[in-house]
Write a protein that binds this ligand. Structure first.
Ligand code: SF4
Length: 273
């Protein structure tokens, strides 16, 4: 019952903010609601201490890594370009590059400029853009907090709904089927008659597109295995239980891989401190 009420509140927030993802995230931040997200789950799986710093103490990594700012900016520019499709206008590559040039964000502009060129070459052209930066909430089970998330891009291609998640990084990383499972549950709840597909569009940060030995862009169709649904649910239940205990004051463990963690400077347990 408790989670059903939370879910209803989340639905009201979504409706009040007219499905604006930034406003939705702001509202979530201001309210003491018990919900889960894919990021929370993977963070607590990675290291409980990181979850504690990030979601309970609400800290940001110090200093903020360049890849955070770059990834966010690329997401914003790509979202703006697909939003133009919905609005029936066009944002050219030159306009995106010009916005990048005047951005106040201090990050590697060459990486971003190259990523924008790759975006222009590989952007989804044939499909109908249904939504950009689409926030959602779903109640998977009565005894689980609702899951919230923001889907980067929702497309329709005849009888298929295509979800696209933009990934950025120095390399292409293996995908996690849990994210697909969550998205698929949500999409099937609102488009029950459609086939659902999820793609990862990966952008690799590179300095010179003419000199790369391996591709800097990769599109991956991510398949969810229904037989593993119980396993995905188990991961969510396990994370939900740890998160509940951490919010109730349990001391976090710190078993993460510190060398891959952006919170090293914030963390007294980091191998560097
Ligand atoms: S630095 Fe290590 S112990 Fe600290 S939050 Fe990161 S992974 Fe966990």
């Amino acid at each position: 019952m408790k989670f059903q009420e939370t879910y209803s509140t989340l639905q009201s927030i979504l409706s009040n903010v007219n499905n604006d993802s930034d406003l939705f995230v702001q509202e979530l931040h201001q309210q003491q609601l018990s919900y889960l997200s894919y990021s929370q789950i993977t963070t607590v799986e990675f290291c409980q201490q990181r979850y504690y710093l990030q979601y309970i103490l609400d800290q940001k990594p110090e200093p903020l890594p360049d890849y955070f700012t770059k990834g966010k900016l690329l997401h914003q520019l790509i979202a703006q370009s697909y939003q133009a499709d919905i609005d029936g206008t066009i944002v050219s590559l030159e306009e995106l590059q010009a916005q990048l040039a005047v951005s106040d964000e201090c990050c590697d502009q060459i990486h971003l400029s190259n990523a924008l060129m790759l975006y222009q070459q590989h952007r989804w052209q044939e499909q109908h853009v249904l939504a950009v930066e689409h926030p959602f909430a779903i109640l998977l089970a009565e005894d689980l907090p609702p899951l919230v998330g923001v889907i980067d891009l929702v497309l329709q291609d005849e009888d298929s709904i295509i979800l696209v998640d933009h990934k950025t990084g120095r390399n292409f990383y293996p995908y996690d089927e849990l994210q697909v499972a969550i998205y698929a549950h949500y999409v099937q709840s609102i488009y029950p008659d459609y086939d659902c597909q999820l793609y990862y569009d990966h952008y690799r940060w590179v300095n010179n597109l003419q000199r790369i030995r391996k591709p800097a862009f990769q599109r991956t169709l991510v398949t969810m295995q229904p037989a593993l649904d119980a396993l995905y649910r188990q991961r969510i239940y396990t994370a939900a239980e740890i998160i509940r205990r951490l919010h109730e004051g349990e001391t976090p463990s710190h078993t993460g891989a510190c060398f891959r963690c952006p919170f090293q400077k914030n963390c007294k347990f980091s191998y560097r401190n």
